[in-house]
Design a protein around this ligand. Structure first.
Ligand SMILES: Cc1cc2nc3c(=O)[nH]c(=O)nc-3n(C[C@H](O)[C@H](O)[C@H](O)COP(=O)(O)OP(=O)(O)OC[C@H]3O[C@@H](n4cnc5c(N)ncnc54)[C@H](O)[C@@H]3O)c2cc1C
Ligand code: SF4
Length: 445
């Protein structure tokens, strides 16, 4: 190793390869069979289980836990995957602490929920390890559906449509499928090549053709897809990023957090990935946390996440905030960036303290401070990009009614690009699945 956390600038190899391997290991290691049995025994199998209602895909959680308890994890997997075809990924990445596990009656009673996420992973991993695909296609319907985007929403929609017997073509802008499962989720939540493996397993259903590097845009318009297919589903996510609008944001060393994360996710050799000595992340969501934590795990000496409001307003959950703190990341709140300083490349970020008025409006106090920074990651939200003409918007996203119907006949939308719902993998899956059911009902009269 030639560098250390103290080496100035943005350099690779701050930590030895063995330390990096430890740092980026599975955040929640998988259960062994006996651990799963013990965890399953904690479930009360509640009638009207609140955990089901708290799951955006409404998985029958007590049923699948009962199936694990009975020693039939494959049956448990089928219960999960019937509702959520990306149940393996969701078991790894769902913020269960704000969904099913928060609602678990044992969380309310003892502050220790049944570990639903890890049990789900145990069941789905067991089935996927055997290479079994538990669903079969219905008789061909002769109908063809175009899906735009191979992220969680598009994949869930395509799988459900294929199951119903329709032919599906997925048009994906990137050279690989998965969307943020492949390019966004923190490395330590989905280790190895799980995103790609899960998609290969999903495609075993048949009837889905992938067309990579075929973005919807001037070369492939929505109008063309509407003419060539019986229905279109838009699951194109949020490909753009918000600008900081602070002086100096064009300096080398300043970049969107999602670009850094995507590079990290595609890097085979983490020791070769450059990171700053002092890293500042601007934002308060999951992207800010993931960028900050991973920069720290790569060996940055200091990482500070700066957010303009209080901790209670951060969209990252308390669990995620605590995870960042446990890895040595500092969170500074009530601070908004006013300028980025540097000569040739970034050296410091200047912040102004803020206060929130009685009306909720944010105001600068006039008092400023500076943080040293060799690298600055902007994580202040993503925006829809390359939107086809004619689609109505709501809150900057595609306006939908019911199960993802847009204002254009024969065009549905779901996932991050559609209005409503939280920007989560599991929500995207639920919306893709429900739109597929609606498309099917509409195509079959
Ligand atoms: C850094 C980061 C970390 C996250 N961590 C978590 C987490 O831990 N847990 C969690 O639940 N959620 C997490 N999320 C949110 C979650 O990843 C998203 O909500 C989810 O991926 C949305 O799925 P989607 O299919 O709508 O969009 P995406 O996953 O963004 O997929 C959209 C796909 O469409 C493609 N596309 C875009 N434009 C076009 C076009 N014009 N033509 C064709 N294809 C196009 C894209 O290349 C992409 O493959 C995270 C998000 C980010 C950014
Ligand atoms: S709420 Fe908790 S205890 Fe009750 S069924 Fe769900 S996981 Fe089991």
């Amino acid at each position: 190793m030639t560098h250390s956390p103290l080496t100035p600038g943005v350099v690779a190899g701050r930590l030895p390869a063995e330390t990096l391997a430890e740092n980026f290991a599975d955040l929640h290691p998988p259960y062994a069979a006996h651990e799963a049995a013990v965890a399953a025994d904690r479930c009360y199998f509640c009638h009207d289980a609140p955990c089901i209602a708290a799951c955006p895909t409404e998985i029958d959680i007590p049923l699948f836990i009962r199936q694990i308890q009975a020693g039939t994890p494959e049956a448990a997997a089928k219960t999960i995957l019937g509702q959520n075809i990306l149940g393996g990924m969701c078991a790894r990445v769902c913020p269960t602490e704000t969904l099913c596990e928060e609602a678990c009656v044992r969380e309310a009673a003892e502050g220790k929920p049944v570990e639903i996420g890890r049990l789900q992973r145990y069941a789905t991993d067991t089935m996927m390890a055997k290479g079994v695909h538990p669903f079969a296609r219905a008789e061909p319907t002769g109908r063809r559906v175009a899906v735009v985007g191979a992220g969680p929403a598009g994949l869930a929609c395509a799988h459900r449509l294929a199951m119903k017997g329709h032919e599906v073509v997925i048009f994906e802008a990137k050279p690989k499928p998965g969307g943020l499962n492949e390019y966004g989720i923190a490395s330590y939540k989905t280790v190895g090549d799980f995103a790609a493996q899960e998609i290969a397993w999903l495609l075993q259903i048949g009837g889905i053709t992938m067309e990579y590097e075929r973005p919807l845009g001037p070369q492939l318009t929505l109008e063309t897809l509407r003419q060539q297919f019986d229905a279109v589903f838009l699951g194109m996510g949020l490909a753009g990023v918000n600008a900081l609008r602070a002086e100096g944001e064009d300096l080398p060393g300043v970049r969107p957090a999602v670009d850094f994360i995507a590079e990290l996710r595609q890097t085979r050799e983490l020791a070769g990935l450059p990171v700053g000595r002092h890293v500042v992340v601007i934002g308060g969501g999951m992207t800010a946390i993931d960028a900050g934590v991973q920069a720290k795990l790569l060996g940055a000496e200091t990482v500070t996440i700066a957010y303009r409001r209080g901790r209670d307003r951060m969209s990252a959950s308390r669990y995620e905030q605590d995870l960042a703190a446990s890895k040595g990341v500092t969170i500074v709140t009530h601070a908004q960036p006013v300028a980025i300083h540097g000569n040739g490349s970034v050296r410091e970020v200047e912040f102004e303290y803020t206060v929130t008025g009685a009306d909720g409006a944010l105001a600068g106090t006039g008092e400023t401070f500076r943080l040293p920074a060799d690298q600055v990651f902007e994580a202040i939200g993503q925006t829809i990009e390359g939107l086809p003409e004619g689609l109505a918007l709501a809150g900057g996203k595609i306006a939908v009614t019911g199960a993802g119907r847009t204002g254009i006949a024969g065009v549905w939308a779901g996932g991050d690009c559609a209005a409503g719902g939280e920007d989560l993998t599991v929500t995207a899956v639920a919306e893709g699945r429900d739109a597929a059911e609606d498309i099917h009902a509409s195509l079959m009269g």
